[in-house]
Design a protein around this ligand. Structure first.
Ligand SMILES: Cc1ncc(COP(=O)(O)O)c(C=O)c1O
Length: 460
């Protein structure tokens, strides 16, 4: 470990002894001491005491400007007053019934007004939403295979856990990547039915359709790959996928778990002007409550009406999540708030860019709606394999350096990005940039000293 990183981690440990203690205790009963693998990292994660607006306080009393925001699930920020009011009302009037209560149609109307779908069903997580999209697409086409992109993330069901973060030795040809299980326990039959292509490479998609004629039910993707930092679709890529799907009778599924709320009012389909056949939504639509939705045309969703595809769930449309979702769509994800966060996003992006330039750091800055990232690469990444080539310890220096200066610049892991909430202010952005101004020269220095030999395989 290089000098500056060692010093930053030592400082982190000095500032967070109660988190270390809490983690040690949790490890005894909980694998890795955390409830989701993404939350665990060395030496130990920060344990949170409370969150308000754009800020978090940890169990040691340190305060942070929060751009992690629960891996981007909190564009509302912590405890948005409209969400809190709605949730309190739900808590006082019955949280969950296993019976309809009227809010379902209200929220379905909100969703159908923004996204190009005619009917929706609800759930609690992004994993559920993409899982049901995949199954319905298989039913709608009477085909078994899915096509997905190396490096995209769609949650934790078996079909989603293929080629999420494959190691370089398992890659295969870049125009025909191998289907690589994302850990043990993913059944072989699933691997046989999930074929993989390369993001921004339409030829690799066409090749798969030629290889499996009449067998691919759907193409699923994040319209912006946001589990490798931020990887934008190149001009024509999404339009090309639309065309290939239509030509081959396959459905196009946009996994908008990240982009749906945060890219803009109408999500990626509006932003890019490309209409998918199905959409999966979660994270920021719930204002901090577990809420997900998936939708499609009336014709496709009719498979549920006809009892041909089964969908259920005890906690679906529980009134706490629905109240939070309605408040979020009506009072948080408003045109006015999108204008506010756009202004802050631009300020943060421009500020980062100026500092990068001044420091001589080999990096670029990219933004998509309220999300953005400092990308420690000399040139814009186009796919997962480009993303792999990063100096991970340099990124860790950035992350711990920012944390030690009171800014959670993004979630831990170099495949993530910052989120700005509607409760962030200009002053928050200025503090964020002041911290980066302090960290950047050390990054540039370490980058120069370490050179290219530390640029390596970044999977986790
Ligand atoms: C694009 C995308 N799809 C699906 C998921 C899974 O969502 P969840 O963690 O709510 O199951 C995520 C989570 O990060 C995601 O980023």
């Amino acid at each position: 470990m290089h000098d500056i990183l060692q010093k930053e981690i030592a400082l982190y440990e000095k500032r967070t002894p109660k988190s270390a203690e809490a983690h040690k205790r949790a490890e005894k009963r909980i694998p890795l001491g955390v409830a989701s693998n993404y939350r665990g990292y060395d030496p130990y994660p920060i344990f949170v005491a409370e969150g308000h607006g754009s800020r978090l306080r940890d169990v040691d009393g340190n305060e942070y400007i929060d751009h992690n925001l629960c891996f981007g699930a909190l564009m509302a920020g912590h405890g948005h007053p409209a969400v809190v009011k709605a949730v309190k009302w739900a808590l006082d009037n019955g949280t969950t019934f296993g019976m309809p209560h009227g809010m379902e149609a209200d929220l379905a109307d909100e969703i159908c007004a923004r996204y190009p779908v005619e009917m929706v069903r609800f759930g609690s997580s992004g994993t559920e939403a993409t899982m049901h999209c995949c199954r319905i697409a298989r039913a709608a086409t009477k085909r078994d295979k899915l096509l997905r992109f190396e490096g995209c993330y769609h949650g934790l069901h078996d079909s989603a856990l293929v080629s999420v973060k494959p190691k370089a030795e398992d890659f295969g040809d870049i125009h025909a990547p191998n289907s690589v299980p994302g850990g043990m326990g993913v059944i072989k039959a699933v691997l046989d039915n999930v074929t993989v292509a390369t993001f921004n490479d339409l030829k690799s998609v066409e090749h798969r359709f030629q290889q499996h004629p009449g067998q691919i039910a759907a193409v699923i993707l994040e319209p912006i790959m946001m589990n490798v930092g931020i990887c934008m679709p190149q001009a024509g890529f999404l339009e090309g996928l639309r065309e290939i799907c239509t030509k081959n009778g396959a459905l196009l599924i946009f996994d908008e778990v990240k982009t749906g709320a945060k890219l803009g009012w109408g999500g990626a389909s509006e932003y890019f002007g490309v209409k998918p056949d199905m959409i999966a939504l979660a994270k920021s639509i719930g204002g901090g409550m577990p809420l997900a939705a998936f939708g499609a045309s009336r014709e496709v969703m009719d498979l549920i009406v006809q009892h041909k595809v089964f969908h259920g769930g005890t906690y679906n449309t529980n009134r706490v999540a629905m109240a939070a979702g309605l408040a979020t769509f009506r009072e948080v994800l408003t045109r006015e708030n999108y204008a506010h966060v756009e202004k802050l996003g631009k300020k943060l992006e421009d500020g980062y860019r100026t500092i990068v330039k001044k420091s001589g750091l080999q990096a670029y800055v990219i933004r998509a709606g309220v999300n953005g990232a400092l990308m420690l690469y000399p040139a814009e990444i186009k796919n997962y394999r480009d993303w792999m080539k990063i100096d991970v310890d340099l990124w860790r220096q950035f992350w711990f350096g920012m944390v030690n200066r009171g800014v959670l610049a993004m979630p831990y892991w170099w495949d993530e990005q910052w989120t700005i909430s509607v409760q962030h202010t200009e002053a928050d952005i200025e503090r964020h940039l002041a911290a980066f101004e302090e960290v950047a020269p050390g990054l540039a220095k370490a980058q120069e000293e370490r050179g290219a030999k530390f640029v390596g395989a970044a999977g986790h």
